[in-house]
Design a protein around this ligand. Structure first.
Ligand SMILES: Cc1cc2nc3c(=O)[nH]c(=O)nc-3n(C[C@H](O)[C@H](O)[C@H](O)COP(=O)(O)OP(=O)(O)OC[C@H]3O[C@@H](n4cnc5c(N)ncnc54)[C@H](O)[C@@H]3O)c2cc1C
Ligand code: FES
Length: 275
């Protein structure tokens, strides 16, 4: 069940000119969605309340996202979980500054507070412990960092393919390289690298997040080789919890449309229309 947490910014680091790495500490006492912000108690008391009342420890799975209240804008902004430290109740978001909401979030200083509704959406299905490949383009690398951290050392083989438009937009590559066997492509098509790698090896599953054309190309590559592919989609969102239909995406078959926030954001690639 998603809960609305009061959250305190712990660190705010620039990874590139327009990408920020924000880590928030979630206050232990959960709030109900839609209510006003409350003052955060002192850290010691918060921890005691958390231990006392939170019988179900928070679980955040790779692929899930959160709805962040951004100062100065009305609607919340959906952002993928890029990391989670349950012991410290610390959630990580990697955010590209594209408009007012994301810019205002990135202007928060450590100690600043906001509200975060999470966990939202369905995660990547982690039912294979074999050879797993991750394919990320641009900001799509953010959720894959958490996925790589979760899978690293627990599966037979973990490879990652990261694509960025230019040198200045690269982030997370060093971290990904420590977690997996990484291929980095700058300025080309990361899907070409995947095609090349598939000539000598076939993974059990590929997980991907990035621009739709990239995932569309990957879908064709995987379909031709019968490699299962899961993609994480992005659509503009309103409510974030399945009520407003703003985030609908086209799917094959009679269903027509599905909600990215509630039915996704992770879908089997064969289900969704990616072109
Ligand atoms: C499930 C999900 C996970 C996401 N994860 C991340 C993440 O980890 N890091 C990150 O930086 N961004 C992520 N996004 C995109 C992020 O939500 C938007 O960039 C953000 O809401 C823009 O808000 P804004 O006020 O800054 O810009 P706005 O002023 O609202 O918009 C600026 C520009 O961004 C475009 N845009 C806005 N929202 C979206 C959207 N949802 N999808 C595609 N384009 C959009 C607008 O069309 C416009 O061109 C995610 C989106 C979804 C749906
Ligand atoms: S954002 Fe409202 S249904 Fe998905």
């Amino acid at each position: 069940m998603p809960r609305d947490y009061a959250a305190r910014l712990v660190s705010n680091e620039r990874l590139t000119e327009d990408v920020a790495d924000l880590r928030f500490e979630l206050a232990g006492q959960p709030k109900t969605a839609g209510t006003e912000p409350r003052a955060l108690p002192e850290p010691g008391r918060e921890q005691a309340l958390h231990t006392l009342f939170n019988h179900n420890p928070l679980t955040l799975r790779p692929g899930q996202f959160a709805h962040l209240a951004a100062p100065g804008v009305f609607l919340r902004r959906p952002i993928s979980i890029a990391g989670f430290d349950p012991a410290a109740n610390l959630v990580r978001f990697i955010i590209r500054l594209v408009g007012e909401g994301t810019r205002n979030l990135a202007m928060l200083k450590p100690g600043g507070t906001t509200k975060i509704l999470l966990p939202l959406g369905n995660p990547f299905p982690l039912d294979s412990s074999g050879d797993i490949w991750l394919v990320g383009g641009g900001l799509g690398v953010a959720p894959l960092l958490y996925l790589a951290k979760t899978l690293s050392g627990t599966v037979r083989g973990l490879r990652s393919f990261l694509g960025f438009g230019d040198e200045r937009s690269v982030f997370g590559a060093q971290e990904m390289n420590e977690l997996s066997e990484m291929t980095l492509d700058i300025g080309g098509f990361i899907t070409d690298r995947v095609t090349g790698a598939l000539t000598s090896k076939r993974p059990d599953v590929i997980f991907s997040c990035g621009p739709k054309p990239m995932m569309g190309a990957l879908k064709k590559i995987c379909a031709a080789r019968r490699v299962p592919l899961y993609v994480s989609l992005e659509e503009r969102m309103g409510c974030g919890v399945g009520a407003c239909l703003v985030c609908s995406c086209a799917v094959h078959g009679t269903a027509g449309y599905r909600r990215v926030c509630r039915d996704g954001p992770v879908f089997g690639a064969e289900e969704v229309v990616l072109s």
